[in-house]
Design a protein around this ligand. Structure first.
Ligand SMILES: Cc1cc2nc3c(=O)[nH]c(=O)nc-3n(C[C@H](O)[C@H](O)[C@H](O)COP(=O)(O)OP(=O)(O)OC[C@H]3O[C@@H](n4cnc5c(N)ncnc54)[C@H](O)[C@@H]3O)c2cc1C
Length: 331
């Protein structure tokens, strides 16, 4: 039997953006409901050490996300294990349908459904994810100081990641299926002039090799796309850089998107093209894609949702002339 739940603010997604929105919306007395989705805790649950979350010199990604979840719950956010399969934004209250059959009606919605790195789908890629295989140079490059690295891909992401990784690695081999890069000319120029980078044309990754205990990468096997010849390359890190895809399935037909599907928000804001629908985190961010920036946007979304609800007369006793930030949060 289907059940209907109403909330002032529905938060869709349980990554850093979603949980931070949950903390702020709870502290603003909005009694938010947060629906976690298929990956409770989001992308950081797929990695090991995180070394750039302020306040933690080193923290395991899954542990950090459990702490964020506990923090949101402690502030009063209701966290629900469900997946939103449909979002109706054509009338208010907005209506979201859960995979469980529950229908969530909401005066405002914060979309925090994040993004997914694209992967090749190899068994050994999956096996060594977080143990030498990564999709984020900004996050993990630091672990490969003085080591040899392989980057897979030939677009902007791969070229940028390869260049960034030369800050740490002794050598970066860029493995690409063709002999031509699909990236901005200036980036290609920088890449070709960088003595630490060696492109390997007409090759594709077929296997990541390494040790079992501890689980750690020792190299890759790559296949020539024309001759089929297999070559082994020794390396300690493999960065799969074949692009990112925002998880925009719920809204791609109703909200404005750009840069390959990222939801457009107003400048310096999380407001989308539909009043009352806010978007935060990697779903909107083709540029930084970090936990801390996502959390920052989650904060902004909750404060802006609270302000918007007050303007609609949905928040009692709120003076909408007050500034956002501390002025907006009930203490
Ligand atoms: C391997 C790896 C390592 C990384 N390491 C770092 C690092 O060291 N430091 C750093 O700052 N960043 C790192 N990042 C990037 C960081 O994880 C992301 O920038 C951040 O998680 C984005 O947060 P988010 O809240 O926008 O979304 P995400 O973390 O992507 O979470 C999205 C959430 O939305 C939910 N969702 C999606 N669709 C639905 C739906 N239909 N219904 C309900 N829920 C839904 C998902 O279940 C998930 O909970 C790493 C990323 C990866 C992949």
């Amino acid at each position: 039997m289907s059940d209907t739940r109403h909330t002032k603010v529905l938060i869709i997604g349980s990554g850093p953006a979603g949980y931070t929105a949950g903390i702020y919306a709870s502290r603003a007395m909005l009694d938010p409901i947060l629906v976690q989705g298929i990956e409770p805790g989001g992308q950081l649950t797929t990695t090991t050490e995180v070394e750039n979350w302020p306040g933690d010199t080193e923290v395991q990604g899954p542990d950090l996300m459990i702490r964020m979840q506990d923090h949101a719950k402690a502030m009063g956010c209701e966290v629900i294990g469900d997946i939103i399969t449909k979002l109706d934004t054509t009338s208010r209250p907005f209506k979201a349908t859960g995979d469980s059959g529950t229908v969530y009606t909401a005066d405002a919605v914060i979309l925090a459904t994040g993004a997914r790195a694209k992967w090749l789908g190899l068994e050994t890629e999956e096996k060594f994810k977080g143990f030498g295989v990564s999709a984020c140079a900004t996050c993990d490059g630091f672990f490969y100081r003085g080591q040899e690295i392989v980057v897979i891909g030939g677009g902007n992401t791969a070229v940028e990641e390869a260049l960034f990784l030369t800050n740490f690695a002794s050598k970066v081999t860029l493995v690409h299926r063709r002999d031509e890069l699909r990236a901005e000319a200036i980036l290609i120029d920088r890449l070709m002039k960088n003595p630490k980078i060696e492109p390997l044309w007409f090759h594709e990754l077929v296997e990541v090799t390494g040790t079992e205990s501890p689980l750690s990468v020792e190299g890759v096997k790559v296949k020539h796309t024309k001759t089929g010849e297999i070559t082994e390359i020794l390396c300690k890190g493999v960065f799969v850089a074949i692009g990112h895809a925002p998880s925009n399935e719920l809204v791609k037909d109703v909200l404005e998107t750009h840069m390959g599907g990222y939801v457009v928000t107003k400048p310096d804001s999380t407001e989308t093209s539909i009043p009352g629908i806010f978007a935060a985190g990697d779903l909107t961010d083709h540029k930084y894609r970090q936990a801390v920036t996502s959390a920052g946007m989650g904060c902004m979304a909750a404060l802006e949702a609270e302000r918007w609800l007050a303007e609609q007369g949905e928040v009692e006793g709120r003076d909408v002339s007050e500034p956002l930030g501390y002025g907006a949060v009930a203490e």
